[in-house]
Design a binder for this molecule. Structure first.
Ligand code: IPM
Ligand code: MG
Length: 354
């Protein structure tokens, strides 16, 4: 009997619905080709959830995603909800969602597509061949640390990591390094912060269990500089929540095309796959959004959560081919475009290559 999987779908706000629709189109095609079935259940989150239920993260969403094999996520947020109190903002819903799903490891690959090497603001010779995986701790650190407060005169947040949390993300990063080039760079601010000293000591301790992986350490300010100066020196980067937030944005611009990059947030309960770009409310509904990052995220979902590697490869190959043939959405129209396509046309040409 054909295998069957349950996916939870969160389209979210802005361009979220448009790009998710294209990814589902592609998922259906590879499922058919590789002989498995996918059942989709849609849930609300972010601004649309606020408008419909009064809360950015309804309980039904939490339960539905926990009961699914994996979640495909579009994007959330928009100016319309930016002035709400902090506890009702879409971003707060997102953080609480990550925490409730237990997705402690956020994987953000930054890979160059040769055809789009000119889309980066950096020189081609600097970025040729870049293939970096940023492993960001996602449910700890200063984002979640207590106490936190702002009384109008004084405000503070707490950057906190337990050894247990560092071991958990560290193991994941070492394991990922072993599937790649066996180089792991741990990024911290151990020259200033106690929390970073514990981070560094723990990574050193852990490295004894992974003798094939070369562990190095870098301060976060230097890492930001090195990413732009010579990005090829990095294979896997592991870092805490806020440093990872910043460095993964930098890494994504090193390769130039934010519309192409997927991400995975994984833990012990479930996993969430989403494009690294946001909800782009300014172009929502115009049919010009680039669906590739979301389709790439669907490929990651197939590979990492469902172990459907063949289906994942079919998607990745189709995307490479389409880019090679010069098909572009508007965001990349200036980079060797043969034909500029709408969101759904891009979905269609990818589909035709599967
Ligand atoms: C990201 C985003 C989020 C984060 C925001 C929207 C809360 O920047 O996923 O990188 O800071 O984690
Ligand atoms: Mg960010």
């Amino acid at each position: 009997m054909a295998k069957s999987y349950k996916l939870s779908i969160i389209k979210g706000d802005g361009i979220g619905p448009e790009i998710i629709d294209e990814a589902i189109k592609i998922l259906d095609a590879v499922a058919k080709k590789c002989d498995f079935t996918l059942e989709y259940n849609e849930y609300l989150m972010g601004g649309i959830a606020i408008d419909t239920t009064g809360h950015p993260l309804p309980e039904a969403t939490v339960e539905g995603v926990l009961n699914s094999d994996a979640c495909l996520f579009g994007a959330i947020g928009g100016v319309k909800w930016d002035t709400l109190p902090r506890n009702l903002r879409p971003e707060t819903g997102l953080l609480s969602f990550r925490e409730k799903m237990g997705v402690y490891a956020n994987l953000r690959p930054a890979v160059i597509y040769d055809e789009l090497i000119n889309a980066s603001t950096l020189k081609a010779e600097v970025i040729k061949g870049v293939d970096i995986m940023v492993v960001r701790e996602l449910i700890g650190g200063i984002y979640f640390g207590q106490p936190r407060a702002n009384d109008g005169e004084t405000a503070y947040n707490t950057m906190i990591y337990t050894k247990k949390e560092i071991l958990r993300i560290g193991k994941k990063a070492f394991e990922i390094a072993m599937t790649r080039d066996n180089r792991l760079c741990s990024v911290d601010k151990a020259n200033v912060l106690e929390v970073s000293q514990l981070w560094r000591d723990t990574m050193n301790e852990l490295s004894k269990d992974y003798p094939s992986v070369e562990l190095t350490h870098m301060y976060v300010d230097n890492a930001a500089m090195q990413l732009v100066r010579n990005p090829r020196q990095f294979d896997v980067i592991v870092t805490g929540n806020i440093f990872g937030d910043i460095l993964s944005d930098t890494a994504s611009m090193v390769v130039g095309s934010i519309g192409l990059l997927p991400s995975a947030s994984t833990g012990d309960k479930t996993a969430i796959y989403e494009p690294i770009h946001g909800s782009a409310p300014d172009i929502a509904g115009l049919g010009i959004a680039n669906p590739i990052a979301t389709i790439e995220s669907a490929a990651m979902l197939l590979r990492y959560s469902l172990n459907e590697n063949e289906a994942a490869s079919l998607i990745e190959k189709a995307i490479k081919k389409v880019l090679k043939e010069g098909y572009r959405t508007k965001d990349l129209a200036d980079f060797d475009a043969k034909e500029v396509l709408t969101t759904s046309q891009m979905g269609d040409v990818i589909l035709n290559n599967i």
